[in-house]
Design a protein. Sequence first.
Length: 499
Amino acid sequence: MLKASLITDKYFVTGKVDPRIYGSFIEHLGRAVYEGIYQPGSPFADEMGLRKDTIELVKELNVPVTRYPGGNFVSAYNWEDSVGPVNERPKRPELAWQVIESNEFGLNEFMTWAKLAGTEPMMAVNLGTRGIDAARNVLEYCNFKGGTYYSDLRKKHGVDEPYNIKLWCLGNEMDGPWQIGHKSATEYGSLAWETAKAMKTLDPNIELVACGSSGLWMPTFGDWEATVLDYCYDSVDYISLHTYYNNHANDSADFLANSLGMNDFIKSVVATCDYIKGKKHSKKQINLSFDEWNVWYHSNEADRKLEKWVHAPHQLEDVYNMEDALLVGSMLITLINNCDRVKIACLAQLVNVIAPIMTSDTGIWRQTIYYPFMHASNFGRGTVLTSIVDSPVYDSKNYCDVPYLDSAVVWNEENNEIVIFGVNKSFEEDMELTCDLRQFGDVKIKEHIILTHENLKAENTEAAPDTVAPMLSGKDVADDGKCTFILPKQSWNVIKILY
């Protein structure tokens, strides 16, 4: 059996968790909107066509913020197409995903859905084919009380009170050559600055996210962030990060080691932000919005065969397995442990498209990755404690000294509760984890939730939705401020401790 230890102290604090790190993402892509959250005529839909079963699972996930409407989709999007009488809205060829967009679900429908699902909007503006005017106009439509053209247009559309959307993305992945309206860092930085200036003149209370690199692998990574922030540092509040991991090589050990790469990515962007802060002699701190992250690769081959220019195809519909859930758990741990600078994060995406939730005409089910996200979102709120962890390590193809244990400790003072999240990456051995919590006095174990399966490739499907499902452990011991836990091989663990 592997042995690991963890020591934590209530006075060694990493930072407070911003609940928005448990955000998600709905893009007009595949069946995320159509058949995912909106399906008129479905027995699961309400009178507005919104799927009630999806809303219930989203509420169970406790998603505080949802990014919308894209993604690549937003870079050629005319927001005006999505408001007003549905039967008057235009159908458009959608260039990013080469489908037909009907626009029958739009801005106001999304805001209705968000309220029912208990989530706040993170709205994106088009800085690909459009710019300052479109951004200020949609902000006026959403946030101005009345007495102007676009605020009165909103009222005409049946929405009397402003939405007061406070979080906005200035475009999406503008460093990517695949992006409609792709720009150089200089072109984008200048446009983001001018757009941010106009938007904050209209509503000084909003927060703005500038586009960072689309991934650590981009050849312009680092230079892009530095150049963009050199332009718009004073006008924006966050810079974005995106990353997806895959296991095309079927190398599970290397796949699970990617949490180290994610951590390095975060540290590199923080360093760049702070370099520009120093260069500008600024007192302002730019924080991070990790607004796209997930595992994405299972659907790649199927997507190459899709017919183009159809409406809402089965696109990017990854079916997740046990090892995907482990990496998603480790990625959540990485976000939690960087909560001092990562203030927003969005699991991409929420329903049907590389998602924790899947729907069909006959039902709904939770994918394997649903559970780590649900556990972290519901139990990972509070103060993150800096821990000293001693774990055995391994080497993989792309990483050295990979800890078998990924862990994070969150202190919820209101509930007198400490929550330890842990992933045992070993495929062969259970792990005995000893935790020193004597700073909290006499402690007792409230619950130890485990997600594991003997088969790393085990999946949840509509026919077998509980193949991979959480269970409770009964093998743990607490004595005089010290606790010992058994983390099964290849497992995600949530340990709740009362003091």
